[in-house]
Design a binder for this molecule. Sequence first.
Ligand code: SAH
Length: 213
Amino acid sequence: MQDLPYHQGERLKLVKEIERKGINDPQVLQAINKVPRHLFFGNSLAPHAYVDKAFPIAAGQTISQPFTVAFQTQLLDVKPGMKVLEIGTGSGYQAAVLMEMGALVYTIERIKELFLQTKHRLEQLGYRPKYQGYGDGYKGLPMYAPFDRIIVTAAAPYIPEALVEQLKPGGKLVIPVGQNDQVMKLIEKDENGNVKETDHGIFRFVPLLKNKE
Ligand code: SAH
């Protein structure tokens, strides 16, 4: 488990590619340039880690496409020290990108196998989320609410009310909503608690599921 100059070179090419595709936030590009994506696979597909594609990980789930991770992260508008809740820990890659940006990360995963595997992985790589839990993301994380930012990394059939409730005034929620294809929604809560929703293109995610396993 190493990050070699070869990997760093491949990663820089990936960063240039997603920059060409429209990501322009230097903090986001820098974070993508830092996280060793090949160490988040846990399977034989690791040599493809710096191809801008989603790949299967354990338990029938996926590690999101780097462009999608960068897009969601840019839309989320994260500043150092912010409390960020992620729904769908998966491989831990998105969580690592958020931590590289200085976010205090709280993350939830509903598949126990993935939760355990990723807990171990993040520890080994020296990434320390504030909280990493096994549970149902539809409910958010009331114990640690409110959050500055919430990011959902699986396709939601609708916007869970609990997540909107758990946003601070001035908070933002980024969530892909839809069945086959999803619209990337940005929900912004103003200082008076009023909520505004905007659409930011079409993406494709694995579904946000209700029951555990
Ligand atoms: N952020 C991840 C992407 C993983 S794919 C990464 O960077 O690798 C989406 C993840 O959401 C899957 O691991 C899936 O098991 C998880 N998920 C699906 N429904 C969920 C729910 N209700 N609560 C929490 N996690 C959920």
